[in-house]
Design a protein around this ligand. Structure first.
Ligand code: SAH
Length: 218
């Protein structure tokens, strides 16, 4: 069962979580406001009630996880979002990251390859108020050519290589934030598609993500 009450205790725990991610170097006010606004415990089973505000990844079923809040904040900060930007997310999972982006004013298009996780988000009542998020069941390596191009692409699973179709779906001047690497650890990269079509690559810290897999899972 999912919890539906957001109490003062939960809000207090969120403030502490905010201080934790700030302490780790997150400075973007819009990211911090979103972390404070989004009741992370709603995205987990009620068994995780208070644990939801620990800065950790947790299981969400199908062998997948809700990303660690610090990781969500880190990727969100690297996106340098402006309100109304069109953002493609690969790996909806719990939908927590998608909601954080929506709270920051983005128009979110999010893809999940696991049918059960996609279906579970359909019946997740809290998400109904986020009209700026569109949910898709499919293979993120393909992206959403009919909905693009996008201002930003965020990949929330470990990518073995830079998905070329997603680069094609980026607007000139657009950015992709992607954890790259097939092993246990991935290096966070930000790829900017310059106006002349060439790519600028920047490297950041190491993280550990579940793998980005091809195809769909029913
Ligand atoms: N953004 C999520 C993180 C979930 S973990 C959150 O906030 O909770 C990564 C998710 O990526 C998993 O649910 C996994 O099933 C999904 N995934 C992996 N490869 C994918 C692909 N090719 N296309 C779409 N989703 C993918």
């Amino acid at each position: 069962m999912r919890p539906t009450d957001d109490t003062y205790r939960h809000k207090g725990l969120r403030k502490k979580l905010l201080q934790t991610v700030q302490g780790k170097g997150i400075t973007d006010e819009r990211v911090l406001d979103a972390i404070l606004a989004v009741p992370r415990h709603f995205f987990l089973d009620s068994a995780f009630d208070e644990k939801a505000y620990e800065d950790k990844a947790f299981p969400i079923g199908e062998g997948q996880t809700i990303s660690q809040p610090y990781t969500v904040a880190y990727q969100s900060q690297l996106l340098e979002l402006k309100p109304f930007m069109k953002v493609l997310e690969i790996g909806t999972g719990s939908a927590y990251q998608a909601v954080v982006l929506a709270e920051m004013g983005a128009q979110v298009y999010t893809i999940e390859r696991q049918k059960k996780l996609f279906e579970s988000n359909k019946s997740f009542a809290f998400l109904k108020k986020y009209l700026s998020i569109k949910f898709f069941y499919g293979d993120g390596f393909e992206g959403l050519p009919t909905y693009g191009p996008f201002d930003r692409v965020i990949i929330t699973a470990a990518a073995p290589e830079i998905p070329q179709k997603l680069i094609q779906q980026l607007k000139p001047g657009g950015m992709m934030v992607i954890p790259l690497g097939a092993g246990d650890m991935q290096q966070m990269m930000r790829i900017t598609k310059l106006e002349n079509g060439s790519l600028k690559e920047e490297v950041f810290d190491y993280f550990s993500f579940v793998p980005m897999l091809g195809g769909k899972e029913s």
